[in-house]
Structure formats: C-alpha cells, structure tokens
Design a protein around this ligand. Structure first.
Ligand code: PBE
Length: 296
C-alpha cells in the first residue's frame, strides 16, 4: 500500500517536472537551451547599417550579451534565415526595423530594450548640403516640404515587391496628387538643373528616394539617385558632393554619423515619423526583453 502511494507520488512528481519543462529540450522559450539553440548569435544585416552599430552597442551594453556574436550578413540573407526559422518554429534573434514588410509577413515582436541602446521610435529626416538653399531654392523648398506617412511609404514598398521601385513610386505619385501638390504648389519650375540625391540601399529608402526623385523631375530637375552606405551618405552631403538625402534615420540609427558631420550639414527635419529598429524575435518565443537572452 505504502509502496503504491510512493509510486503514485513519484509519478505525479515526474509529470510535474515534464510539464514545467525541466530537463526537456524543446525549442521554444527553454531558458537553459535557448542560448545554445541560438548559438549565442544575433543574425544581423549589412555591416555598414546604422542598426548594426546599435546591435554592437547592445552586445557591449548588456552584460548577458557580452559574449554573444553579431552575424554580419545582408538584409536578404537575414530574411532568409528568419523565414527558415519561422518555418521550423525555431528561435532566432534578428536585427529588425520598420517600415518593412517583415512585420506584415511574419508574427514578430521587438525585444524590450531597458538600456535604450536601440531607443524608441524615431524619424526619417531630410538633410541637405550647406548652400543648397541659396544655390537651388526650388529644390530646397520641395525637399523641405517633402513629408509623408508610414502607410504611404509602405504602399510603395508593397508594390515594389511586384514591380520596379521606379514604377511603384510613379504609381504612388499618380494616386496621391494631393500630397504631391502640397510639396510643389507655387514652387517655381526649373529647366534641367542637375541634382544629386544620395540614399541608402534599403527598401524604405529606395521607395522614398524614388518618390523624391520623380517629384523633383516633374519640377524640371535632372536627378540622379545614388544608394550608398549611411557613412558615405553623410560624408558626401557634408563635403557637398551630394546635394540632399531623404534617408537618414534620426536621432538613433544614424545618430553617430549625424554627430560626426552635423556642423557641415543642414537638417531639414523629419519627413516620416514612427520608424524603429531593434532586436526582433518571432512572437512564439517566450522572451520579451533583451535582458531575457541567456548569458553564454
Ligand atoms: N535600416 C533601414 C537602415 C536604415 C534603414 C534600419 C536597416 C540602417 O542603417 O540600419
């Protein structure tokens, strides 16, 4: 009788242990194994991205991450890894941001960032070289007025999944003449003045850069749009090689570049609000904060 009771107690105890997950090796939210499953690695993007600098700061700034690695890759490579992890319901930590379609395509969440290395929401700004206002007042005026909403940039980005950015931008311009008029009404047209826009290679900036380019072309400018690394973008505007950009993410993602060049650049303020970058995981992972990532 006592033996039977003992066996019963032991069975119940083991059941509780199994149910609470002790000693098992399931993939989701298993604190003991999570670090190993992630190979103590954050899946990053292009090494020149501002968000990669912030990811490095995060690894340094959070004690639990000090021995973690940041994988340099490309946006396309990161998205492939993310898609594969989600197909297999495996854990992954990526360098993520929005506006981007990753949040519409997958169920994702930002990890809380109590130290604020990635910060809160930020804006995408328009910057110009010193002297542009005097040299090309009509271009400066349109660029200064250029501002739109998240749903606008996302509409262009979504269309660009099925067509060229150029076509997606002109489709948006045709459908949003009211906004375009706000940027151009009363601004004198020019004839063939050359204007150099610099931008970065991510989808959000391919969208905004192409829209700005085409609107300025309608005003008579001959516009070139060159995608470069954020560091080169700031440098070229500061040196006056590029005329303007609608691509800087401030004050956080590109904050260090801006600090370096701010005396030689004119900041025309935000053209879009509600951008964000951070460490991002699939929603099925049980962790909520960067501090929940296990130390190596
Ligand atoms: N991003 C998208 C870029 C800016 C736009 C967040 C990947 C970056 O420099 O990190």
């Amino acid at each position: 009788m006592i033996k039977k009771q003992l066996i019963g107690i032991v069975t119940v105890l083991s059941l509780i242990l199994v149910l609470t997950g002790c000693g098992s090796s399931q993939s989701n939210g298993e604190p003991e194994n999570l670090g190993e499953e992630l190979n103590y690695t954050i899946t990053g993007i292009e090494p020149g991205a501002g968000a990669m600098g912030l990811a490095e700061d995060t690894i340094e700034g959070y004690e639990n991450l000090n021995d973690w690695d940041l994988l340099e890759s490309s946006t396309a490579g990161m998205l492939t890894e993310l898609g594969e992890a989600i197909d297999n319901e495996e854990p992954i930590v990526i360098v993520g941001w929005n506006p981007h379609w990753m949040f519409a395509s997958y169920d994702l969440k930002y990890l809380d960032d109590p130290n604020g290395t990635f910060g809160e929401d930020e804006n995408i700004h328009t910057i110009a070289r010193k002297g542009l206002e005097e040299d090309m007042p009509a271009a400066y005026e349109v660029l200064d007025r250029f501002s739109w909403e998240t749903e606008d940039i996302e509409a262009v980005m979504a269309d660009a999944q099925e067509m060229e950015f150029q076509e997606a931008a002109s489709k948006w311009i045709d459908a949003n003449q009211d906004k375009v008029k706000e940027w151009t009404d009363g601004v004198e047209k020019v004839q063939g003045q050359e204007l150099e826009l610099v931008s970065t290679p991510w989808d959000s900036e391919r969208a905004s850069g192409e829209v700005a380019k085409q609107v300025l072309e309608q005003q008579g400018f001959e516009v070139t749009l060159t995608p470069v690394d954020p560091a080169v973008m700031f440098q070229s505007i500061a040196q006056g090689e590029g005329d303007a950009s609608v691509a800087p993410w401030l004050p956080i993602t590109h904050g260090s570049f801006f600090e370096q060049y701010k005396d030689d650049i004119t900041d025309l303020g935000p053209n879009l609000s509600g951008a964000k970058s951070g460490l991002v995981v699939p929603s099925y992972m049980d962790i909520d904060s960067i501090e929940d990532l296990p130390a190596k």
